[in-house]
Design a protein around this ligand. Sequence first.
Ligand SMILES: O=P(O)(O)OC[C@H]1O[C@H](OP(=O)(O)OP(=O)(O)O)[C@H](O)[C@@H]1O
Ligand SMILES: O=c1cc[nH]c(=O)[nH]1
Ligand SMILES: [Mg+2]
Length: 210
Amino acid sequence: MKIVEVRHPLVQHKLGKLRDVGTDPVLFRQLASEIAAMLAYEATREMPVETRSVPTWAGPLDVAHVRAEKVTLVPILRAGLGFLPGVQAMLPAAAVSVIGLRRNEATHQPETYYERLADNMGERTAILIDPMLATGGSALAAIDMLKAAGCRQVKCLFLVAAPEGLRALEAAHPDIEVYVAAVDERLNEDAYILPGLGDAGDRLFGTPVD
Ligand SMILES: O=P(O)(O)OC[C@H]1O[C@H](OP(=O)(O)OP(=O)(O)O)[C@H](O)[C@@H]1O
Ligand SMILES: O=c1cc[nH]c(=O)[nH]1
Ligand SMILES: [Mg+2]
């Protein structure tokens, strides 16, 4: 499994601000979105483009054109929504597929409550979007849904990943790619990432901790 930890100073600066418990939801969403755009930039580096001829002031010119119909963005509800705008800023024409998962806080297992995927999933690269990879259970469930729908290429964008979650993804899906702003230390006894960000969904949307 390809894992890219984006150590760019701008990403690390913004991540440092996200880790500050004093960062409120308005700034948290803005920073998360800005990092998401930079992760998307890295994840699309090898993206195939087609050549199209455009009229320019100097005559016709062949230019690169991204084929948005070959991509779908896949936010995992709810926290993935906070990450989506930054990725959409990079790929505005990509169809959005939505997966709703909620981690059961007692068992730490994901429970599915929504699935609405784009058409022609077999023709699309799926860019899975979630700020947190903890045990990996939610991402595994989402990737299983994407592959069951025919998806052959999956790239995952996370703000913070735990080593435990990365190992789980690697074991089940060695073919995927992962782009992350930080690989953190470990999970605590409640399966929260240390040092992590706390509950990303709550911090994005201003709800109390469950
Ligand atoms: O790797 P895992 O152990 O599965 O944990 C990570 C998941 O937990 C969080 O979502 P949560 O279930 O809290 O839902 P929310 O986004 O609605 O807050 C997070 O956004 C991931 O989806
Ligand atoms: O650290 C964690 C783990 C799961 N979900 C979160 O929002 N944070
Ligand atoms: Mg949550």
